[in-house]
Design a protein around this ligand. Structure first.
Ligand code: HEM
Length: 281
């Protein structure tokens, strides 16, 4: 094979996210590959994306709309912002490469909504707290929680407006009780290491309050699996993206949060959809 055609092949494989090892189904990139700093997320009424080359610096992930994500109390999701048949996630550390790929890979029509996301190198969200700590990490955890045997996974994508001004006006101690973690060190309020939901104060109160986000969202409380959250900040709040092998992992967690998660007082979901991320055929 000539060096040129070999290079083309790698190029095409990277753009399509071919990542399967020998004998394992080819899983799409942009799920368990290292999270890059910039992304363009869009949802379409379209069957597929154009088959065109894009920069090697870009990771492309494509999904197809599935049913089963309910409308949750408090959602403010209307019209085109609910559901959609095609999900396109384009990520790179280079924002120009993301922009260029977003133009090339956009279907000719059928855009429902689009958002540009960014991550800070220290993983802090727009509220100033570190995100993405408790997630499946090892290959075994990813196989158990994220990937299905055929190499697919399920994505939930929600655009969540955050009232940053109201939240950041709270005393830091109150902000920390809402998350259940310290803002500066990111340690749980129960102490360094894993979140200890049973830890109590000398007065018998839970150290991590009953309505703290890390308690409400903890798999022990929601009775479901652990999702892989790969959210991005966007100008208005959080572009929440999670990958899990079962939709009910997200749905059960969301209902536990709705039952009394203090963080939701500062959050309004304005776009919501679920997708199957198929293996690369
Ligand atoms: C409203 C906007 C949200 C913000 C700003 C936010 C932010 C955070 C932060 C800072 C943490 C603690 C650090 C970590 O473990 O990564 C966390 C934990 C977590 N969040 Fe969220 N989150 C939001 C919404 C959601 C939603 C909608 C879900 C899923 C329904 C969710 C699920 C989780 C889970 C599962 C954890 C780990 C809990 C644990 O076991 O300790 N979050 N989130």
């Amino acid at each position: 094979m000539s060096p040129l055609s070999r290079r083309r092949l790698l190029y095409g494989a990277a753009a399509l996210g071919l990542l399967g090892g020998c004998g394992s189904p080819a899983r799409q990139a942009g799920v368990a590959t290292p999270q890059q700093l910039h992304c363009d997320v869009s949802v379409w009424d379209a069957a597929e994306i154009p088959k065109v080359p894009v920069s090697e610096a870009v990771t492309v992930t494509v999904g197809h709309g599935i049913d089963g994500l309910p409308e949750f109390p408090g959602d403010r999701v209307s019209g085109l912002c609910r559901g959609g048949s095609l999900f396109l996630q384009i990520c790179s550390d280079d924002p120009d490469a993301v922009r260029d790929a977003a133009v090339r890979l956009s279907p000719p029509s059928g855009l429902r909504w689009r958002e540009q996301g960014f991550r800070r190198a220290d993983n802090r969200n727009t509220l100033g707290f570190v995100d993405g700590i408790v997630v499946p990490k090892t290959p075994e955890e990813l196989d158990q929680e994220v990937w299905l045997p055929d190499g697919s996974t399920i994505a939930v994508v929600r655009r969540i407006e955050l009232d940053v001004a109201a939240f950041t006006a709270l005393p830091v101690g109150e902000q920390e009780r809402i998350f259940g973690r310290h803002r500066d060190t990111a340690d749980p309020l129960s102490g360094p290491g894993e979140v200890d939901l049973m830890a109590k104060t000398p007065d018998g109160e839970y150290v991590i309050p009953a309505d703290a986000h890390v308690r409400r969202a903890n798999p022990l409380m929601s009775g479901s699996g652990l999702m892989l959250r790969r959210s991005y900040n966007y100008a208005g709040g959080l572009l929440f993206i999670s990958f899990q092998r079962e939709l009910k992992t997200f749905v059960n967690t969301m209902f536990r949060m709705i039952d009394g998660d203090a963080l939701l007082r500062y959050a309004t979901t304005t776009s919501s959809a679920a997708f199957r991320i198929p293996p690369v055929s």
